[in-house]
Write a new protein. Structure first.
Length: 78
């Protein structure tokens, strides 16, 4: 669940991954019909005003989302 929502293209996500040190060479740009069938059912935009009214904050930079994920789930190797 992406709340409050950020609307991004795949290219914007990959660009943010590259800026944060991710290995973009692992990305396969070949369309996958199974994934397309799933993603095409998702809404193109979300009304997040109820979440914002409850005090949730929107992430403004997808790079920050990636950095937060890395801090939470990855342990640096020495």
């Amino acid at each position: 669940f992406n709340s409050p929502g950020i609307s991004l293209t795949v290219r914007e996500m990959v660009d943010a991954l590259a800026r944060t040190g991710g290995d973009t060479s692992l990305i396969d740009w070949e369309p996958d019909p199974k994934i397309d069938a799933i993603v095409s059912t998702w809404p193109s935009a979300l009304d997040v005003s109820p979440e914002l009214s409850l005090g949730f904050k929107s992430d403004l930079d997808f790079g920050e989302v990636i950095e937060d994920y890395k801090k939470t789930y990855f342990v640096e190797e020495n």
